[in-house]
Design a protein. Structure first.
Length: 189
């Protein structure tokens, strides 16, 4: 058991409260596990920024599994999060390794003439705008504030009445993930 907001709280209570939509627990779990996750990611070719992003991704996975009813507590929550972080980080390292040769090609372009991407960019921009309208009003507000108005996560948390900037970051990630899925589907048509 650990303390949250002055009260002792067990892993079972954390899960129950997340099922009931208590977003404060995301901040609590983030702060409780950040040091351990930073140590792992930084020992494996990552940065502090990588560690915070991977932990946020893991918390989203955890949150979604609990809210969907898929999660069964078989170990401590911190153990589960560590395992999810490890999988996410290993995938990211593999992706970076594959991307490195492509970046070298970009740095040493051949004699191919430049390609005009403006039409393709406009089409993609139109698809993104259309897909944005299919998101919830909260997601539209968060993504617009972050990507178009360049607002900080702290400003966004206040603007959207979210508990704090960690909750805003997690919500932004969820909204971006949903938008990416919609755009991908729209581009396949």
């Amino acid at each position: 058991m650990t303390k949250l907001l002055g009260f002792l709280i067990s892993d079972e209570q954390i899960i129950r409260r997340i099922r009931n939509g208590d977003e404060r627990l995301l901040t609590y779990l983030y702060e409780k596990n950040l040091r351990m996750i930073m140590k792992y990611v930084m020992q494996n070719s990552g940065t502090e920024a990588d560690a915070t992003e991977v932990l946020q991704d893991a918390l989203v996975v955890f949150w979604e599994k609990i809210r969907s009813g898929e999660f069964v507590l078989t170990s401590r929550i911190s153990t589960f999060l560590y395992g999810v972080v490890k999988k996410i980080w290993l995938k990211e390292l593999a992706r970076r390794k594959k991307q490195a040769p492509l970046e070298q090609l970009k740095e040493n372009p051949g004699t191919d003439p430049p390609i005009d991407d403006s039409l393709e960019q406009r089409e993609l921009s139109d698809i993104v705008k259309t897909c944005m309208t299919r998101l919830s009003p909260l997601c539209q507000k968060i993504l617009t504030a972050f990507y178009y108005e360049n607002r900080s996560m702290q400003e966004i948390s206040r603007l959207c009445n979210l508990a704090n900037e960690d909750v805003a970051k997690t919500k932004k990630y969820q909204c971006k993930k949903e938008l990416t899925l919609l755009v991908t589907k729209a581009m396949q048509v």
